[in-house]
Design a protein. Structure first.
Length: 317
């Protein structure tokens, strides 16, 4: 079975390729692979056992690595990169001259030089037929213009996010998933656009990474407005901190206290006679009273001491 490696191409794209010729490859080796339109220049990005963790899929349908890049291939790639810079500058000049509402993102020259692809983003559909004529007359080759979204634009250009790491979309994220403002609200984040927006101007993809954890915490801690009794008396939840699983409560005197979820007794709560101890009764009626009498008659024992199997939800008033 042929070895499978992952290669890096232009535009932060990564693909799995087979190595049927058993070439001795190392990381960051320049190679020539088979592509849809002929040959493409690529760099070995990942090989060895780690490739299996990436689940490349069916090895029989992978593109092949044709050869290691020679000196002529490296010179051709350098020539294409220089041509891309010239094409980018000329295309932007023609866009401004024709006053077209589009933002040029990237230019990619095919390895053989027979095609130049211009990637751009725009809010609406753009009639670029005249622009294609200008570019074809200048470079005398096949011209393609592809409109992409702002997220795809950031993926191609790459960069660093607010976390200081490279963009998820340009490193490991295979496809974009919907991200909504509701996700930020559920995580109690600031709704300042500059805080929750990525370089693409859209909501950051990482808002969905820990959403399940926040939703689980929201189900566990008592909600805002919940009123219950503790050993110190009646308290009302004024706010919650889902990340740390902490609640802030206000007592009858108006003072606020911070209580961690681990320190909260299980609810719901009741009034135990006139002592207002807030402790939960044992279930079982008369048998519970008998057990309470056997424990000194205080009647304040907490049911379910060994677990939370009998803990219903919180009572809100």
């Amino acid at each position: 079975m042929a070895e499978v490696v992952q290669v890096s191409l232009r535009g932060s794209r990564k693909e799995f390729c087979s190595n049927p010729r058993n070439l001795q490859l190392r990381l960051r080796d320049a190679v020539i692979i088979q592509s849809e339109h002929g040959e493409s220049f690529a760099t070995v990005f990942l090989k060895g056992p780690l490739v299996e963790l990436k689940k490349p899929g069916n090895p029989d349908g992978l593109r092949e690595i044709l050869r290691k890049a020679t000196e002529e291939d490296l010179d051709a790639d350098d020539h294409n990169r220089a041509k891309e810079n010239d094409a980018f500058a000329y295309c932007r000049e023609r866009i401004e001259a024709r006053e077209m509402k589009m933002d040029l993102s990237d230019v990619e020259v095919a390895f053989s030089g027979h095609r130049i692809t211009f990637y751009f983003s725009a809010e609406q559909r753009v009639d670029f037929r005249d622009l294609v004529k200008d570019l074809a007359a200048k470079f005398h080759t096949r011209i393609e213009l592809r409109q992409i979204g702002v997220r795809d634009q950031a993926k191609r250009l790459d960069g660093c996010g607010p976390c200081g790491r490279a963009f998820c979309c340009s490193t490991w994220l295979k496809e974009f998933h919907p991200v909504t403002l509701k996700m930020a609200k559920e995580q109690q984040l600031s709704l300042n656009p500059s805080k929750i927006s990525g370089a693409c101007g859209r909501l950051m993809c990482c808002l969905a990474y820990e959403l399940v954890k926040y939703r689980d915490s929201a189900e566990r801690v008592p909600p805002v407005g919940c009123t219950f009794r503790t050993g110190g008396g009646l308290v009302t939840v004024t706010r919650t901190e889902l990340y740390q699983e902490v609640v802030w409560v206000r007592d009858d005197e108006g003072a606020e206290h911070r209580i961690a979820y681990a320190d909260l007794p299980p609810g719901p709560y009741h009034e135990c006679g006139d002592c207002h101890c807030g402790k939960k009764k044992r279930a079982g009626g008369a048998s519970s009273q008998a057990e309470a009498a056997g424990n000194g008659g205080n009647g304040h024992d907490l049911a379910g001491e060994s677990g939370d199997e009998h803990l219903p939800g919180w009572e809100s008033h």
